[in-house]
Ligand binder design. Structure first.
Ligand SMILES: Nc1ncnc2c1ncn2[C@@H]1O[C@H](COP(=O)(O)OP(=O)(O)O)[C@@H](O)[C@H]1O
Ligand SMILES: [Mg+2]
Length: 277
């Protein structure tokens, strides 16, 4: 019956979009000899941009590595980490669904790779484009469209190693965007950038949220939280220390207690800045 089929496919669609981006239940995660997470639970929705905040060593990068399936929790008899509803993900598909930008990635690029190749490499989730990579006309066109979206056409023929950190970071954003991922995963995106590069990057992040992308932004820099982000998850010593609305999470008393120093917090037009009390 056509109506029935329509109704069931509509339901399937809704279930898909209600599926969390990541669902972690009672996970134990070890790295080297360290038990970084013990009985750790957290769910992030597909529809909500979120900031993961926390001091050095809190477990922020570990959480991203779980999300990118670079590390796995200890085995249990029930699924402990589901990403987009799956207990096991096709890694290559996942790396195209989730655009990631991190300082690690930036350091891994060979200095002689050209800007255009950096963006193209997003199709292969690789750190360059090699002889065995076959590219279609559509892929070349998509790269040019992304270069122009980010206004970085001038970087296309320049060697990665000759560029400023801010320019490199924009190319890596382009690399993530070629696959048109719904979700962007950013690990301390503005660290090491000067003021003008930081502001430009933050402006681009806001535009991406407004155009329907969700962001998972991992940082300990409170000034890089875009006004559009409303949920803040605070990690501390491998635990979800607090989780909720930004206005309730970002308070002087909470941040002072989190970082163990007295801080003063200033809010202006939806942005926050901290300073010594
Ligand atoms: N490769 C590793 N081997 C052993 N311990 C690690 C490794 N990477 C991180 N850790 C430990 O895991 C904890 C969380 O680290 P991480 O997730 O990088 O924190 P954050 O990104 O919040 O600074 C820290 O105690 C750190 O020392
Ligand atoms: Mg980190």
């Amino acid at each position: 019956m056509p109506e029935q089929r329509q109704a069931s496919s509509a339901l399937a669609l809704e279930q898909t979009s209600n599926t969390p981006l990541i669902e972690i239940t009672h996970a134990t995660v070890c790295r080297g000899d360290n038990r970084v997470f013990d009985d750790f639970s957290l769910t992030l929705s597909q529809h909500e941009s979120v900031v993961i905040l926390g001091p050095n060593g809190a477990g922020k990068t570990t959480l991203l590595k779980l999300l990118m399936r670079e590390i796995y929790p200890l085995w249990r008899d029930h699924p402990v980490v589901r990403i987009l509803g799956k207990e096991r993900n096709d890694i290559w598909e996942l790396r195209r669904q989730l655009g990631i930008i991190s300082a690690d990635l930036q350091e891994n690029y060979s200095p002689e790779v050209l800007g255009r190749q950096v963006v193209l490499s997003g199709f292969f989730s690789s750190v360059g484009v090699w002889g065995h990579h076959r590219l279609t006309d559509e892929q070349y066109q998509r790269v040019e469209a992304v270069l122009s979206q980010l206004d970085i056409q001038a970087l296309a023929d320049r060697a990665f190693g000759e560029l400023s950190s801010g320019q490199q970071r924009r190319l890596l954003l382009g690399r993530a965007l070629v696959n048109a991922p719904a979700h962007l995963i950013l690990d301390e995106p503005t660290s090491g950038l000067d003021l003008s590069a930081t502001f430009q990057y933050l402006q681009t992040m806001r535009e991406l949220i407004r155009s329907g992308h969700t962001l998972v932004l991992v940082t300990h820099h409170i000034h890089e939280i875009p006004p559009e982000v409303t949920r803040v998850v605070i990690l501390n010593q491998g635990k979800v220390w607090a989780d909720g609305e930004k206005s309730e999470m970002l308070t002087e008393s909470r941040l002072s207690s989190l970082y163990g120093v007295d801080v003063r917090l200033v809010e202006s037009a939806g942005w926050y800045q901290v300073m010594p009390a």
